[in-house]
Design a protein around this ligand. Structure first.
Ligand code: GDP
Length: 295
């Protein structure tokens, strides 16, 4: 079995003990292990490099080697920095507005429909809200049916207009329906493509402009690693979204995408998806994710 990062650092620093105070070379060698761990966890190269440079400066300012457990201290330093990099604290969701309008964006297959259901269920049970789900995928009838299945499962109404091919109109009509019928949260699930294309981006930005949501959420599959960063960038340029949802963290990914996305678009990760079931949702905790990434 491989040692975890904590053991590796402890060993590396133990060897260096007795060589006097910590030197830049010592730290650089040790941080190579950190960089390797980050790259293994799918953090992009630039982010990993910047990160280790920051930690290097901090480590040099502390006499790490004279402590009893230098590896532990390095790990703490690394963990604290990683946590900070991912936003430090848990980010909340903005539930202002009557109704609160939440727009889901992301590629097809990222988990938007599933997450729309999970969020509706979460808001209903935890925050005693009355959510309405809206099917705005005008291309795939199966997507509309999927949202209806999800809605039935959690006992949440789903608004759809299968004959209407104008997503802006559907979203606006849904908000009017919500106002008339006492729904205080409207969750708009949109169409996604397998890759970013201009037509999809124009469509979702038109919906975004028309409904002016309190929360625009970017949903991304954590398993897509480096690609997740490029997708996040493209969506952020068009939508200036408010938060990120990382799905499929129940898979074997270490979740490095969390760091890369946060450092590239500087938007908080708000929730994670940890399974296909409706209760497999968790608010994002930066410190827990740092533990997972460090292994
Ligand atoms: P959409 O095209 O973006 O609406 O994506 P879907 O919600 O249809 O999800 C695509 C697939 O990923 C489905 O098979 C979901 O069951 C699955 N899925 C979504 N979220 C998660 C998750 O957190 N964990 C796992 N394991 N599967 C997920």
């Amino acid at each position: 079995m491989f040692d975890n990062l904590s053991d590796k650092l402890d060993k590396a620093l133990h060897v260096l003990k007795g060589h006097g105070s910590i030197t830049e070379v010592n730290v650089a060698e040790t941080l190579k292990e950190v960089r390797r761990a980050l790259l293994d966890a799918d953090v992009n190269f630039k982010t990993a490099k910047e990160f280790t440079n920051t930690v290097k400066e901090k480590a040099l300012g502390q006499n790490v080697l004279t402590t009893l457990q230098p590896g532990q201290l390095m790990v703490k330093l690394v963990k604290d920095e990683l946590t900070e990099l991912m936003g430090g604290e848990t980010a909340g969701i903005n539930l202002s507005g009557t109704p609160t309008v939440i727009l889901m964006s992301g590629l097809q297959g990222s988990g938007k429909t599933t997450f729309s259901g999970k969020l509706a269920n979460y808001l209903k049970t935890k925050k005693t809200k009355k959510p309405l789900l809206v099917a705005c995928d005008i291309y795939r009838p199966a997507a509309i049916n999927q949202l209806h299945v999800v809605g039935d499962q959690i006992g949440v109404e789903v608004y759809s207009e299968p004959e209407n091919k104008n997503p802006v109109q559907i979203a606006q009509n849904a908000i009017a329906h919500a106002k008339q019928n006492g729904f205080n949260v409207v969750i708009v699930d949109t169409a996604g493509r397998l890759a970013i294309d201009e037509a999809m981006m124009t469509e979702i930005s038109n919906v975004h402009k028309a409904i002016n949501p309190q929360e625009t959420i970017f949903v991304v599959d954590a398993m897509t690693g480096q690609d997740a960063v490029n997708t996040a960038k493209a969506f952020n340029e068009r939508l200036n979204f408010d938060g990120v949802v990382l799905t499929k963290l129940d898979g074997d990914t270490r979740g490095g995408a969390a760091i890369s996305i946060k450092s590239v678009v500087d938007k908080p990760i708000k929730f994670i998806g940890t399974g296909e079931k409706m209760d497999a949702i968790d608010v994002f905790h930066p410190a827990r994710m740092a533990d997972r990434i460090l292994g």
